[in-house]
Design a binder for this molecule. Structure first.
Ligand SMILES: C[S@@+](CC[C@H](N)C(=O)[O-])C[C@H]1O[C@@H](n2cnc3c(N)ncnc32)[C@H](O)[C@@H]1O
Length: 244
């Protein structure tokens, strides 16, 4: 589409349309890693990026893992205080190329493109030599093996500064959908990952809310790395859901 002859609204619509198709194609190519058939909606992106807004105007080191076509990246960029740094990582090279284009052309980054860096890598293998105040994760953790989910969560905790915050989401109702259509082994794997995640929630969660307007609705968790050393696992119920 010719940028000179279209309105900004038409350009946004065209971009969303193109992103929708890219996402669908990647989901068809590799459903387990892509983990969704459409990018996150605005309400979900806002909920995931809340800790960055809450800490403004302090300059922050922020990591976004599993950025896809950049739905959450676009919510993050305007929230970055001057002096902040954002590392964006995605395993998929086609998504990484889109994210680089987003960063190159984003008007808020015109004077400081080095504020945002895109990395094409598994987040487990990412080593920027930096620790983060906030990590925003879009990874489809419930598609992983329990071991992989644990590896990623432990890496997030390592990458956070003491007192730093991790947000991530899980779609609602996936266990019931899997119970209907999945093999027994797949349903068992899903339950085991949920147990792994519940362990991290019991130890580190500071809040969780449901975003019903997303398609599909999603639950957003906020975890905090303790200010001192990481405590040993403890049992008991996860904190009650807040701010539904
Ligand atoms: C559910 S999509 C979320 C995309 C985007 N954050 C959003 O909300 O629209 C998950 C993304 O995580 C990426 N991904 C999956 N496993 C990954 C890993 N181990 N390391 C980095 N990225 C990963 C996929 O390529 C995909 O882009």
């Amino acid at each position: 589409m010719d940028d000179q002859t279209t309105t900004p609204y038409e350009r946004v619509l065209a971009r969303r349309h193109a992103e929708g198709w890219t996402f669908l194609l990647e989901a068809a190519r590799d459903p387990r890693t892509t983990g969704a058939v459409a990018p996150s909606g605005k309400a979900l992106a806002r909920a995931l990026t809340d800790p960055v807004r809450a800490r403004a105007p302090r300059p922050l080191a922020v990591l976004e893992a599993g950025a896809g076509t950049g739905a959450v990246t676009r919510a993050l960029i305007p929230r970055l205080a001057p002096g902040s740094r954002l590392d964006v990582v995605d395993a998929n090279p086609r998504f990484a190329a889109r994210l680089r284009h987003l960063v190159r052309t984003h008007p808020r980054l015109a004077g400081s493109p080095e504020q945002v860096r895109v990395h094409q890598s598994l987040v487990e293998d990412l080593d920027t030599g930096r620790r983060y105040d906030v990590i925003v994760s879009g990874l489809p953790l419930t598609n992983f093996t329990p071991r992989q989910a644990e590896t990623v969560m432990d890496r997030y905790l390592e990458l956070l500064h003491p007192g730093g915050t991790l947000t991530y989401f899980a779609y609602l109702g996936t266990r019931h959908a899997r119970a209907l259509f999945a093999t027994r082994a797949e349903a068992r794997r899903h339950r085991a990952v949920e147990e792994v995640m519940a362990g991290y929630q019991r130890r580190y969660a500071t809040g969780c809310r449901t975003v019903r307007t997303n398609l599909p609705p999603a639950r957003v968790w906020q975890l905090r790395r303790p200010a001192r050393s990481l405590p040993a696992p403890r049992t008991g119920p996860a904190p009650a859901e807040a701010g539904r």
